[in-house]
Design a protein around this ligand. Sequence first.
Ligand code: ATP
Ligand code: MG
Length: 440
Amino acid sequence: MRLSRYFLPILRETPKEAEIASHRLMLRAGMMRQEAAGIYAFLPLGLRVLRKIEQIVREEQNRAGAIEMLMPTIQSADLWRESGRYEAYGKEMLRIEDRHEREMLYGPTNEEMITEIFRSYVRSYKDLPKNLYHIQWKFRDEVRPRFGLMRGREFLMKDAYSFDVDYEGAKHAYNRMFVAYLRTFARLGLKSIPMVADTGPIGGNLSHEFIILASTGESEVYCHKDYLDFPVPDQNINFDDVAGLQATFDKWTSLYAATSEKHDAAAFGQIPADKQVSARGIEVGHIFYFGTKYSEPMKAVVSGPDGVEKPVHMGSYGIGPSRLVAAIIEAFHDDAGIRWPEPVAPFKAAILNLKQGDSATDAACESLYRDLTAKGVDVLYHDLDERPGSKFATADLIGVPWQVVIGPKGLASGTFEIKKRADGSRENLSPAATIDLLTR
Ligand code: ATP
Ligand code: MG
């Protein structure tokens, strides 16, 4: 992408309304724009990051055996009356009336709808287990939308729903998602810790929140320090291995980790003092097993081998991709701007032309831009007529992992200067070595 043809509205001043780094940096880097309280437009740069996060989430859901579909954002109130949640959900639900005065709502979550879909088609234990998911916008009229994408009113969620004949099956489904979540957050460059969580209005008795430690997090959390060094299962993990997944679950729940609602000060006190982590955290994912809470009232039943019909056992599993954009920035930034981990970076590299209009420099930049683009590397070519200082500032702000600095001085000795945004290190490389590095 040539910057001259792109849409990247960088702000030089710090927006006053932004209280935390991720919010500030997303506005300054031209990633998003607030359209109403807690409602944002994703600008091109922000959308690139959101899409990359979504894709990693999707790949790990698929790897764990979940099946993608897409449910609508608008739902009918009657569906929610069946589960009893229409009244119970309260003011967080955005209620809408259509032209025929039918009561509708903008979905805050999808347990009811997926249960309705499931019961319409599945009758027998032979069709189980199943796990269906979608990645769709949700609306919750949060009392206090704040911190940009961290707590929006409209936000993107990946929500998966599992269906099993009994508790044992459902526990395996839970473990699959548990492991998928560990892998997902690790691929995003984050250290997530599963913490025992309150089951809240969704109900049920087994629930974990996946938490990223961050000083700006809204949750108060307590955990054992060793979790931060636990190895995450690799991509060859066998999701059909019931005992193996249970062992992974057991290991990752063997030490203390709880959010404030579930905190047990006495148990926490048993941890050696130098291993006690009492910190703030960001909830990036939340998984529940809730049994027959919806299948019973909504009559989602399957017949077993004995022909007897029973309500299915269900679980639900949420991840917030839009919140993750902000959470990743909270974890990876410095005073100059964002430092994207490569897997989610909007572009892998930026070419900074230090002497726009100089024919040799332009030619070297154009040639590298063409070569990298041809090899499928996402590269942003800063081809505007701006001072070098301004180009450096932009590149640092938007956080592209590699900056290729091209100017007459380096070209005289046949090299480009490559700066690695993550640690600020620099080296001079030939054009061929540059292409090598960026296509590795
Ligand atoms: P919170 O306690 O932060 O309000 P929640 O428990 O209501 O979250 P869930 O219903 O479990 O959240 O939703 C699943 C995931 O969706 C959360 O883990 C989070 O990543 C994301 N999420 C929830 N609410 C918001 C929001 N208002 N803005 C952005 N992401 C959200
Ligand atoms: Mg909430």
